[in-house]
Write a protein that binds this ligand. Structure first.
Ligand SMILES: Nc1ncnc2c1ncn2[C@@H]1O[C@H](COP(=O)(O)OP(=O)(O)OP(=O)(O)O)[C@@H](O)[C@H]1O
Ligand SMILES: CC(C)(CO)[C@@H](O)C(=O)[O-]
Ligand code: BAL
Length: 282
């Protein structure tokens, strides 16, 4: 496995691989790897000749009061996990390499970014779209792998790829969970032992919604109320949002119909955790 820190070098390697007729699978991450990230790598390895992972905690997708400084980082640990999984290249640039002093461009996907995480984290998806487009231009992947855990991010990237006619296939990957249902996230390390127990309520609340829908409940307000009650019963929790949207259009819905994405963000102590589930109403 090779670690590449310079953009020019990464571009030259990607160009050479393409010339040799090799397909490139790309797994963008912010590091502090867990089984969720590694599941993306495994799929990439099945579908491509070469797998490139990026590890970059992207400052422009964090708000001023968010956790950029304390976001967990451990490159040596990440390197050995990636190598064990068979990653061929890690692209690991510095902030200065990605954003030189005269950097001026923003990529902004409209509309679907006005709700959910986009509303709670103004500018977040501009930062994500900008860095992902840069990474695509550097790595030149045939396929790129994104987790369904960040469902809105996945929708933003798909929209950007479509709108800007990018030659990359976006491959969605299922959410990997701990045994008790908590979605794996680098941010889970922020949780104390007590908070970790409360954090299981995100997935429990999503399943409560699913059960209510399966029993015929179609009124979103009633389902949301039941979810809120369940979440707020747990210690250390504060709801950021619970949203029901059409899974294809990301339009907010008030009545359950067709394929619905139920997404939530909940603070458990200082950790802001997200999760979601797709439910198909009969
Ligand atoms: N539990 C998971 N299952 C599947 N994919 C995941 C999971 N967690 C993260 N991913 C995916 O891995 C990629 C990199 O995500 P990132 O490095 O932000 O990890 P994270 O653990 O989600 O961190 P964060 O704490 O910032 O949410 C994204 O495409 C993300 O959706
Ligand atoms: C896609 C991404 C690597 C862009 O910084 C990040 O948002 C993430 O890890 O999900
Ligand atoms: N996984 C999305 C990156 C972020 O929360 O900033």
């Amino acid at each position: 496995m090779v670690v590449v820190q310079k953009i020019q070098e990464m571009k030259e390697i990607a160009k050479k691989l393409k010339k040799e007729g090799k397909s490139i699978g790309f797994v963008p991450t912010m590091g502090y790897l867990h089984e969720g990230h590694l599941s993306l790598v495994r799929l990439s390895k099945q579908q491509n000749d070469i797998t490139i992972m990026s590890i970059f905690v992207n400052p422009i997708q964090f708000g001023p009061n968010e956790d950029y400084d304390r976001y967990p980082r451990d490159f040596e640990r990440d390197k050995s996990l990636a190598e064990k999984e068979g990653v061929d290249y890690i692209f690991y640039p510095s902030v200065e390499e990605m954003y030189p002093e005269d950097f001026k461009t923003v990529v902004s996907v409209k509309k679907i970014t006005e709700i959910m995480c986009g509303k709670s984290r103004p500018g977040h998806f501009d930062g994500v779209a900008t860095v992902v487009l840069k990474l695509f231009n550097i790595v030149n992947p045939d396929r790129a792998y994104f987790g369904q855990k960040d469902a809105q991010q996945l929708a933003v990237i798909k929209q950007m790829v479509k709108d800007l006619n990018l030659d990359v296939e976006i491959v969605p990957c299922p959410i990997v969970r701990e045994q008790d249902g908590l979605a794996m996230s680098s941010r889970n390390v922020y949780l104390s032992e007590e908070e970790r127990k409360s954090a299981t309520v995100l997935y429990r609340a999503l399943n409560l919604a699913k059960e209510m829908i399966e029993k015929g409940q179609k009124d979103v307000s009633s389902i949301k109320r039941a979810m809120e009650e369940m979440i707020l019963k747990e210690k250390y929790t504060k709801i950021d949002y619970i949203e029901f949207v059409n899974n294809d259009t990301f339009e907010i819905i008030s009545k359950v119909e067709g394929k619905v994405l139920i997404a939530l963000a909940v603070f458990v102590g200082k950790a802001r955790l997200i999760d979601n589930i797709v439910v198909e109403a009969k």
